[in-house]
Write a protein that binds this ligand. Structure first.
Ligand code: MG
Length: 259
């Protein structure tokens, strides 16, 4: 027997009901996934060309690229050879001053191991003009007090892990420094913070700095302007440095407006 579909049989009530039920998820989905916009007008993030293999991004200030130590006060005292700077005859500090920043430094402990504990491959990365030290030390199979080993915020915070390479191998520090703030009465209103990656491994995660990293007394703050030199320590060990750069664009932009 032939079945003839008329418009009446297609659009009868049961068929319409089935079609509506089938469309329901689409209608509901459109409602659930409706886009939300904040209404905040953000400034466009500037384009930065990243460096290759650890080299400086396009918006970085190069502090040492192997050619000269002109960016450093006292840089002439350190031995410059084969694109590296070797610690000797006193500390060096940048001529330019920096507040909150991102710093990249590569360093190498002497391949020929001498000394032990704090006497092996000791140097340091300092912020705030030699107030706050991120320790540089040969901590490969070299025990010392934990808040004094490589990657420590000296005598305040040990690194979470020890990813040190062997002496004679290049190592990388990537450090985000948040400068402290003081009011007009020299009272601390915001402490310094440090985030540190050693050889790409997170070892300090937004750690509050307790104050100056003294050797012989507890930490305490002394008020200072935000922008200060970055320093490299000489601690009687010929630690080598190379490829040093810094970025100042580390504070998030605020919205241009909100609606
Ligand atoms: Mg040191």
């Amino acid at each position: 027997m032939k079945t003839i579909l008329s418009s009446r049989t297609i659009f009868n009530r049961p068929v319409i009901a089935i079609m509506l039920v089938a469309l329901l998820p689409l209608v509901a989905g459109a409602w659930v996934y409706k886009e939300w916009k904040s209404g905040i007008v953000w400034p466009e993030p500037p384009i930065v060309s990243p460096g290759e293999g650890g080299s400086a991004p396009s918006d970085a200030i190069v502090l040492f690229d192997g050619s000269n130590a002109d960016q450093w006060k006292g840089g002439e005292k350190w031995l410059k050879e084969d694109g590296t700077l070797t610690a000797s005859r006193g500390p060096i500090r940048t001529k330019q001053t920096f507040g909150s920043c991102q710093l990249h430094v590569e360093f190498m402990s002497p391949e020929k191991v001498r000394g032990r504990g704090q006497g092996r491959g000791n140097s340091g990365i300092f912020f705030g003009d030699f107030r706050y030290e991120v320790q540089v030390l040969d901590s490969f199979e070299n025990k010392t007090y934990f808040d004094g080993q490589c990657g420590a915020i000296y005598k305040q915070a040990p690194p979470m892990v020890n990813p040190c390479r062997k002496p004679g191998q290049w190592q990388t520090y990537d450090i985000i420094y948040g400068a402290p703030e003081f009011d007009d009465d020299d009272k601390l209103t915001k402490p310094a913070y440090l985030t540190v990656l050693l050889n790409g491994v997170l070892i300090q995660n937004h750690v509050e700095v307790q104050g100056n990293t003294f050797y012989d007394k507890p930490p305490s703050y002394s008020a200072h302007e935000s922008k200060q030199p970055i320093g490299l320590q000489f601690h009687n060990n010929p630690v080598k440095f190379r490829n040093i750069w810094v970025r100042e664009n580390v504070v998030a932009k605020t919205p241009e407006s909100s609606q």
